[in-house]
Ligand binder design. Structure first.
Ligand code: HXC
Length: 515
């Protein structure tokens, strides 16, 4: 056979495989508002950058007449390509082929591309759209999942791992995304749960739809399993491209440095964003935008635990991770969920050489039986652990309240922040003036002829004396009390200074964080 004939034969085989699960299955996929696996990869990656591997892999099923079935690519497409010209490894499960179910060879394709990603030290993107373990392949399917989970764990903190849920992701299959760094969901398309509505009905007699049990909104707002929520697949891919621009390829690199851009100072003015009344809330994201390059802030976990804000921005072109209390939601307190949210992000930034900028304005940890019983001690400790452990440059700015445990937890000098700055509006104390005066002046207030007036006077006295940045500054716990409009200047200068930061930590295999 001539070269031309052999090439024609190759093309014929490729075209056959590209048909996936066939016309009917493709129509069903389209009718449910979903792109096909191949369309997804092509839409996400740079044009003409996708290189596919293992297209001709055959499934290994023997039972239930599986040996007579042709499953193109064994229900998963794997390969390499680029996003914004940066290399990535990628896999996308093809629901049109046996419901994207995971059998032995399907899993081997995924683990092979994961191994490539680890060897080449480039990000891994997994698009999940699958009915889970291929029932006909029994324990081999389970083995496949185990191999994936093991690799997810080994890759954690070495290469960025991004999971995209674009269909069902049920049963134990959910644990691969859960082990990765960022999970994207799309409204009405993503479904994630350990046990589905049928099992719940049988075991507990409760009826619930798939959407209400594990739809995109549920994971973006309630469980926090998803870090990013998108309205459509196209929107989701745009978000992934944006995320990839902020993070380094691997833990030995720094994120790409972009040309520096001043904030949009006409739109975001600290004077108008920050209220004069210390009790009035404001949106801390506007403070971030007033500081960051081009006022650009890419928020992570936007819809979950909104009392803390986390996300990426740039200062003089360099990626930083912002962690900020959000006075607009629950006065910005730390609670179980916001502690989890912040701690994980801090650890991500630390693992991938992203400096941390912390903006502080919180009255402390959230009091209450619910929180205590939900384990706020353990969850809250994660923030202390993550900040103490982080060795990337850590810069803290105290905007307003920094009370009690909240002051310490939000990257204080004592947890080894490299620089702590405070605005003149900062209030650094064990607790707020009202609570403090009620405790320390209780007898004086009680004995007074006019308790209400005495209370007010003593609160004001306390405020004057302690609710300011100068007591902490007098002990050197605050490095400088700065004018708010100087914040960006101090941050960029500190980041430049901290470029070569080196920290010696005790030799150990790993710590035991309060997981
Ligand atoms: C084999 C599967 C499959 C599976 C779907 N299919 N899931 N084949 N193993 N797990 C096949 C279907 O038989 C069907 O084949 C095709 O995929 C499309 O599926 P439909 O059911 O027609 O699609 P739809 O109506 O959209 O429903 C999607 C679904 C449903 C909700 C995902 O298929 C479903 O409930 N599947 C089973 C989910 C599940 O229980 N999986 C096991 C989870 S346990 P034909 O030939 O008819 O087109 C698990 C353990 C992992 O994953 C443990 C790891 C630690």
């Amino acid at each position: 056979m001539s070269l031309r004939a052999k090439t024609t034969e190759l093309k014929r085989r490729m075209q056959e495989a590209f048909k996936g699960g066939g016309e009917q299955a493709l129509e069903k996929q389209k009718a449910s508002g979903k792109m096909t696996a191949r369309e997804r990869i092509l839409a996400l990656l740079d044009p003409n950058s996708f290189h596919e591997y293992d297209l001709f892999v055959k499934h290994a099923g023997q039972d239930f007449d599986m040996d007579k079935k042709y499953l193109p690519g064994d229900g998963v497409i794997t390969g390499t390509g680029s996003i914004n010209a940066w290399p990535v490894c990628i896999f996308a499960q093809d629901f049109t082929v046996a419901g994207g179910s995971l059998g032995l060879m399907h899993a081997k394709k995924i683990t092979k591309i994961m191994d490539h990603a680890m060897k080449m030290k480039v990000p891994l993107i997994g698009i999940n759209d699958s009915g889970g373990a291929r029932i006909q392949e029994g324990v081999n399917s389970l083995a496949g999942y185990g191999e994936i989970f093991y690799r997810n764990t080994q890759a954690s903190g070495v290469i960025p791992q991004i999971s995209v849920i674009l269909g069902p992701c049920a049963g134990g299959a959910v644990y691969s995304p859960a082990l990765t760094d960022f999970v994207f969901v799309v409204d009405k398309i993503s479904k994630m749960f350990i046990t589905g509505p049928e099992v719940i009905k049988t075991v507990l007699g409760e009826e619930i739809s798939m959407e209400d049990l594990g739809g995109a909104r549920v994971h973006a707002e309630i469980t926090g399993n998803a870090h990013f929520f998108a309205e459509s697949e196209a929107d989701c891919f745009d978000q992934i491209k944006r995320l990839v621009s902020y993070i380094p390829w691997n833990n030995e690199k720094k994120a790409e440095v972009f040309p520096k851009k001043a904030p949009k100072s006409r739109q975001y003015k600290l004077d108008s964003i920050f209220p004069t009344n210390p009790m009035q809330p404001y949106d801390v994201r506007d403070v971030i935008r007033a500081i960051a390059d081009d006022s650009d802030f890419f928020e992570v976990h936007e819809m979950w635990a909104a009392n803390i804000v986390i996300g990426f921005g740039r200062l003089d072109g360099q990626t930083v991770g912002f962690v900020a209390n959000q006075p607009m939601v629950l006065a910005g307190v730390l609670d179980c969920d916001s502690s989890d949210k912040a701690a994980r992000f801090i650890r991500y930034c630390d693992a991938f050489n992203v400096p941390l900028v912390t903006l502080v304005d919180l009255p402390g940890y959230l009091p209450g039986v619910d929180q205590e019983h939900a384990g706020v001690i353990r969850h809250g400790a994660k923030v202390l652990y993550a900040y103490s452990e982080a060795s990337v440059p850590k810069i803290t700015v105290i905007l307003r309240k920094a009370y009690g445990g909240g002051y310490i937890a939000m990257c204080s000098n004592h947890l080894r922040a490299d620089f702590v700055f405070a605005w003149p509006t900062a209030e650094i104390a064990v607790m707020g003036p009202e609570g403090a005066a009620n405790i320390i002046f209780r007898s004086e207030i009680k004995a007074s002829d006019n308790p209400e007036e005495t209370r007010k006077r003593l609160i004001e006295e306390y405020r004057q004396k302690f609710a300011n940045p100068y007591v902490a500054a007098a002990y050197g716990y605050v490095d400088a009390v700065i004018e708010p409009n100087e914040t960006r200047n101090y941050l960029t200068h500190s980041l430049t200074l901290a470029q070569g930061k080196m920290e010696i930590t005790p030799k150990k295999k790993h710590g035991v964080p309060p997981f």
